[in-house]
Design a protein around this ligand. Structure first.
Ligand SMILES: *[C@@H]1O[C@H](CO)[C@@H](O)[C@H](O)[C@H]1NC(C)=O
Length: 363
């Protein structure tokens, strides 16, 4: 074989060891979503897309996160435990202070492995200086907000009271005031997918501000709950969840249209249990909720979907133990990257467990 041909083969095979192309990774976080707040755990909730993806993927039944956003988000980004990052598991840490700058974010090894890396929505890993922001920490682009939560229409932040929707270094708040957050983020996610060169692997961290308080939703999503949910807050919360479901349907459709879905891994997760105070989450049959260390606070809804899952694992309910720090080594390894470039990880690669290679995690 001459060198030109072998060079071309190398290009086709995607990398030097001749593996298949690395998958697109779509990592979806729904903020404060409770255990009992997806259709597959509670048929009153209308989330057909989430149910379909989960039903054809691997549902993670013993999957643990922190009891609130800040530790979870920072653990997710680093694969390191909150306490290693200077955040007490149940306390508040930095905001606006930052995830220490000598920590490695998940986007960095992925970028190194050839990925385009984008974050849409909530960051929550610090913002006191420019070098704390995601587009200076491994993400090619950042569209969203820096803090814990926003008003879904004005996008003002309840900590810094700024209308802080931004695209990289630019404040773009004015353009979007009055528009609903979930739709804004879904559209941005779609635009990223549509503009993406399919031959390059994509990492999209789609981090919705819903279903975090305040409870707000376009009225069109409420109608389907008129006869089934009588509590007004709970009805609004359910409608917010259905809107997220539609957003995920739109994202999935965009992937399909670009012929990217078959080579995508979609991860879906909440960052903590449903909030019972100042919100209307529900974690039944788990006890407690956000900000508690009961199962309802720290055991999250989560699943993995994708054609790259071996056939025997699709449609399974996986009882293997998993922690939010595990995504970092799991996904970077799956991507053909090296997760061990920074400080010592707390998480472990769970792909064999998720895909049931040990053969004992099926119910
Ligand atoms: C999903 O796409 C439809 C069609 O473009 C659009 O009308 C709808 O607002 C989108 N939903 C969300 C939540 O973005």
């Amino acid at each position: 074989m001459n060198t030109v041909v072998s060079f071309l083969l190398l290009l086709v095979s995607g990398n030097a060891v001749g593996q298949e192309k690395p998958p697109h990774i779509i990592f979806i976080v729904v903020d404060d979503l409770g255990w009992n707040d997806v259709g597959y755990n509670n048929p009153v909730f209308k989330t057909p897309t989430i149910d379909r993806l989960a039903g054809n993927g691997v549902k993670l039944l013993n999957y643990y996160v922190a009891s609130h956003c800040l530790p979870s988000r920072n653990m997710l980004m680093t694969g390191r435990h909150a306490i290693q990052l200077g955040i007490p598991q149940d306390g508040f840490g930095y905001h606006p202070r930052s995830l220490p700058l000598d920590e490695t974010t998940i986007a960095e090894p992925l970028k190194h492995a050839g990925y385009s890396t984008h974050i849409v929505g909530k960051w929550h890993c610090g913002y006191y200086a420019d070098n704390c922001l995601p587009h200076n920490r491994g993400f090619d682009t950042f569209f969203g907000f820096v803090g814990a939560g926003i008003d879904h229409y004005t996008h003002s932040d309840h900590f810094n009271h700024m209308h802080n929707l931004r695209k990289n270094d630019d404040c773009i708040a004015k353009k979007y005031i009055g528009k609903y957050s979930t739709t804004i983020f879904a559209n941005e996610g779609k635009d990223i997918i549509n503009a993406h060169d399919q031959n390059k692997p994509l990492f999209l961290y789609l981090s919705f501000s819903a279903v975090h308080a305040p409870l707000e939703v376009p009225s069109s999503y409420l109608k389907q709950y008129e006869s089934t949910i009588h509590d007004e807050d709970r009805r609004t919360y359910a409608a917010m969840t259905s809107c997220v479901d539609e957003a995920i349907a739109n994202i999935t459709e965009a992937l399909e249209e670009k012929n990217m879905l078959k080579n995508s891994i979609i991860v879906f997760t909440s960052d903590n249990g449903g909030a019972l105070v100042n919100s209307a989450g529900n974690n039944w049959p788990l006890r407690g909720g956000k900000h508690t260390s009961w199962e309802g606070g720290v055991r999250a809804v989560g699943f993995v979907y994708g054609d790259l899952l071996p056939r025997h694992s699709r449609g399974t309910e996986n009882t293997g133990l998993m922690h939010i720090t595990d995504w970092f080594p799991t996904l970077i390894t799956l991507a053909g990257g090296n997760p061990h470039v920074g400080k010592k990880l707390y998480g472990v690669d769970q792909w064999n467990m998720i895909t049931d290679k040990m053969g004992k995690w099926k119910l």
